[in-house]
Design a binder for this molecule. Structure first.
Ligand code: NAP
Length: 234
C-alpha cells in the first residue's frame, strides 16, 4: 500500500508504540486518527505529531459503535489501516488474581479490540481492501511467571488474528499480528510515565517501523505475523 494519502486509525496513539507508529505514518504522508483515554494527553500528542485526536476508551464497550462512526467521520468515511494497539497489563501470581484483573485486561485487550474491529469490516469488505494490525506480544506466543492474565489475553488476540485471517483473506483484507518483546514505554506504569530508552531493549520506533514495513508491501503480499526481539536483552 502507498502510505502517502492513506487513512489510518490507531487505538492508544497517545504514548509508546501507538504514538511512534502514528508519527511514522504522519511523517510518510498519511492522515491519522489516534485514540486514548486521557483527553488532555491525547490532544497534546496529536498536536505534537500532526494527528487527529479522538478520546475513546475501548473498554467502554457500549460506546464502540458511535465512537467508530466518529472516527470514520474524522477520516471522511475512508480507512485503509486499523492498528489495534491500545492495551493494558497486570501481572499477579496465580493465587493473587482477582476477577477485576481478568475483567479489566480482557475488556480492553480482547473484547474492545474485537468489537471495535467489527465496526470497520463492512467498509473493508465493500472496498475489497484493508489492513488490520493487531498488536500482540511475545506473550502471545509463550506464557511466563506472572503472565496468567496478560499472556492469556494476548494469546486470545493471536487466536482472533488467525481466525480473521481465515475469514478475510479472500476479501484482500490483510490481518497481521505484531509481537513486540519488551519495549521501554509507559506500559503497566500506574503513573503513565514513559521510560527512558535502554541500549539493550526495544524502542517504540522499532515496532512502528515493523508495522510500516508490513503495510507498505505491495497489496498482493501479506505478512500474517511478525515478532520483534532486541538482539541482546541481557
Ligand atoms: N511495552 C512493551 O514492553 C510491550 C511489549 C509487547 C506488547 N506491548 C503491547 O503494545 C501495546 C501498546 O503498549 P505500549 O507499550 O505502547 O504502552 P503505553 O505506553 O502504556 O501506551 C498504551 C496506549 O494505549 C492507550 N490505552 C490504554 N487503554 C486504553 C483504553 N481502554 N482505551 C483507549 N486507549 C487506551 C493509552 O492511553 P492512556 O494513556 O490515555 O490510557 C496509550 O495511548 C499494548 O497492546 C501492549 O500490550 C507492549
Amino acid at each position: 500500500m502507498n502510505i502517502k494519502n492513506s487513512r489510518v486509525l490507531i487505538t492508544g496513539g497517545s504514548s509508546g508504540i501507538g504514538k511512534a507508529t502514528a508519527k511514522m505514518f504522519v511523517d510518510n504522508g498519511a492522515t491519522v486518527v489516534i485514540t486514548g483515554r486521557d483527553a488532555q494527553k491525547l490532544a497534546r500528542v496529536a498536536t505534537e505529531i500532526g494527528a487527529i485526536p479522538l478520546q475513546f476508551d475501548v473498554s467502554d464497550l457500549k460506546s464502540i459503535p458511535s465512537k467508530m462512526k466518529e472516527a470514520l467521520a474524522l477520516l471522511d468515511g475512508k480507512l485503509d489501516t486499523l492498528v489495534n494497539n491500545a492495551g493494558i497489563g497486570v501481572f499477579p501470581l496465580l493465587g493473587d488474581i482477582t476477577e477485576e484483573d481478568l475483567t479489566e485486561v480482557y475488556t480492553t485487550n480482547v473484547f474492545g479490540l474485537a468489537l471495535l474491529t467489527q465496526e470497520i469490516i463492512p467498509l473493508f469488505k465493500s472496498n475489497s481492501y484493508g489492513n488490520i494490525i493487531n498488536i500482540g506480544s511475545t506473550a502471545s506466543q509463550k506464557g511466563f511467571a506472572r503472565g496468567s492474565v496478560y499472556a492469556a489475553s494476548k494469546f486470545a488476540v493471536r487466536g482472533m488474528t488467525q481466525s480473521w485471517q481465515a475469514e478475510l483473506r479472500k476479501d484482500n483484507i490483510r490481518v497481521c499480528l505484531v509481537n513486540p518483546s519488551e519495549v521501554t514505554t509507559a506500559f503497566a506504569d500506574m503513573s503513565r510515565t514513559e521510560r527512558e530508552e535502554e541500549s539493550n531493549k526495544l524502542g517504540s520506533e522499532d515496532i512502528a517501523q515493523a508495522i510500516i514495513s508490513v503495510v507498505e508491501m505491495r497489496d498482493k503480499a501479506f505478512v500474517p505475523e511478525v515478532t520483534v526481539w532486541a538482539t541482546n536483552p541481557f
